[in-house]
Design a protein around this ligand. Structure first.
Ligand SMILES: [Cu+2]
Length: 242
């Protein structure tokens, strides 16, 4: 038993370095298209870094278990009972609790405050979800059922609602997601960082993120980010009360 510590410790170290390198050099996240996306991605990466040694530990024990206790066909007896080690248990409990509380505070509370804490916005756009489509209402009252057009570099507040069942308003490139609940207005903020459309990046779309029925997967709407002036022209051109 005791002689397993060294190889398991060595494997743990090797796997940890490998996984950390994967997290650092292989980007699995979609293109960032909003200021809020940077906050979310930093939180996501931090959690992946913290999870690396945990995953490495599991893999190390499994690997060593396959090597050292490989069956040769004979029945094996159980090993001797192990006893609690007060120092190991206490250290483990204190460290993991501190780590859990730490990530709840930062990036948890601090990150959320950065994204949603400041209530001011340049524009408010209403989003109404129904089975299985989205209706966008702009500040001048103009509405649209086929695309969401937003101004770049402006902080937009999305007031989200539903006419029937639970849906979820999600723009992957913005990394913002909020439930659309009948009878309640939920809100989320996003500040687009560049002009572009779904032709540039598939993640520039609204996608329903709450299973809402047979048409759920197809409940998507293209998002187009334009300059502030173009946006004002656009919402005037499609109508509304000015
Ligand atoms: Cu849905």
């Amino acid at each position: 038993m005791r002689k397993s510590w060294l190889p398991v410790g060595f494997l743990w170290l090797v796997y940890t370095i490998l996984i950390l390198a994967l997290v650092k050099y292989v980007n699995v996240l979609p293109t960032q298209w909003a200021e809020e996306a940077q906050v979310v991605d930093e939180a996501f990466l931090l959690l992946m870094y913290l999870a690396a040694p945990v995953m490495a530990m599991v893999l190390a024990v499994m690997t060593w278990g396959m090597i050292a206790w490989r069956s040769d066909g004979a029945d094996r007896e159980d090993g001797p009972n192990t006893h609690t080690n007060r120092i190991v248990v206490t250290t483990w409990l204190v460290l993991t609790s501190a780590l859990a509380i730490g990530v709840v505070i930062n990036p948890g509370f601090i990150g959320l405050a950065e994204i949603r804490g400041e209530p001011s916005s340049d524009y408010v756009i209403e989003i109404e979800a129904s089975q299985f489509f989205w209706e966008v209402t702009y500040p001048n009252g103009a509405t649209s059922f086929d695309e969401l057009v937003v101004p770049a570099h402006m902080r937009v507040r999305y007031d989200v609602n539903s006419t029937d069942v639970h849906h979820s308003f999600w723009v992957p490139a913005f990394r913002v997601k909020i439930d659309a609940v009948p009878g309640i207005t939920t809100r989320v903020f996003a500040t687009a960082t560049a002009e572009g459309s779904i032709e540039d990046d598939i993640n520039l779309r609204i996608q329903c993120a709450e299973l809402c029925g047979a048409g759920h997967a197809a409940m998507a709407m293209p998002v187009r980010v334009v300059s502030d002036a173009e946006w004002n022209e656009y919402i005037t051109s499609i109508g509304g009360s000015g």
